[in-house]
Write a protein that binds this ligand. Sequence first.
Ligand SMILES: *Cc1c(COP(=O)(O)O)cnc(C)c1O
Length: 372
Amino acid sequence: MHEPLSLKPASWLVAAGRPTAPGEPLNTPLVPASNFILGQEQAYARDSGTPTWEALETIVGGLEGGRALAFASGMAAVAAVFDQLPADAVVVLPDDCYQGVAGLAVAGAQKKRWSVVRLAVEDTDGWIQACAQADLVWLESPSNPLLRVADLEAICAAPRKPGAIVAVDNTFATPLNQQPLKLGATVSIQSATKFIGGHSDLLAGVATTQDEALWQGLRRSRELNGATPGTLEAFLAARGARTLALRLRQAQETALFLAERLAQHPLVSVVRYPGLPSHPAHATARRLLKGYGAVLSFDLRGGAALADAVCQNTRLIRHATSLGGVESTMERRAAIPGQEHLPPSLLRLSVGIEDAEDLWADLEAALQAAAR
Ligand SMILES: *Cc1c(COP(=O)(O)O)cnc(C)c1O
């Protein structure tokens, strides 16, 4: 296979992880196997992987710039990173991040497995200081669902405790917009459920690192916890990744268009999208991100009831959780148990690849209908 850096990302996404020998299938083979005839590299899939998982790992690892491991879900990859921590570890977590990660961290703290410190996403000095003491520095940027942006460059370069892990949840940016390992992060996490897979039809996760000992630790954790991806899921995630560059380019172009339109709408009080010059961390986003992503959130003048009504009135945009699919989805995040701290009318919109004018017409009509 080609060297990762010899191809531009869009070509790599198409070419990587395919068979190359004459007579082999053109496509990544779907290999449903728990075990392999001894003497081959693979022996038992839960330990040593399968060619189908490896194709996904090759694709994502090449983009992230490290050696990747595929997991059953994004949270399985996250849990494998937390699994590396020594006793009495200190974990530093952003004040806005994926709720599952916060839930895992808090649950472990309640069982006295580690302690958790939370810092504001933008508190760069605080993060740099925390790096000196933390065993796990957990970053997520842009963050979910407030689209806040951390100075990953400064934080990943800060001196850290020996053996500490700096992990970046890179799901929103995808490795096309941001490569945390190149900034000095130890491990980058993708929920491949989202943009990598891109079709809302699977659960999978990927962790990528340049640290061989950490890779071995993660692989061992995947083996002992049985956090392995399904064969079909890994196949579908790799297949979805073939079109990631096209999908993301279209979706983030439309996201900016919708963010600009929403910002001018009288019913909208705030639009959060790192690509808007009015975003508080737009300068940081411009410096660190190749693209601003396909997720935005906005608040309404009118509270939760109005926001719920908007969700009920869209037709093209589906009222659904999750993100990163070809179809646009929207939901009111404060309606989710445990997310009541969020602004009550905040709507998170994951922009798909539908026609931008159709999406705006749908949103505008829903806003109008809801306000009636
Ligand atoms: C969805 C998501 C996860 C968790 O991934 P799953 O595949 O659902 O387990 C983690 N981080 C972010 C930012 C996500 O959006």
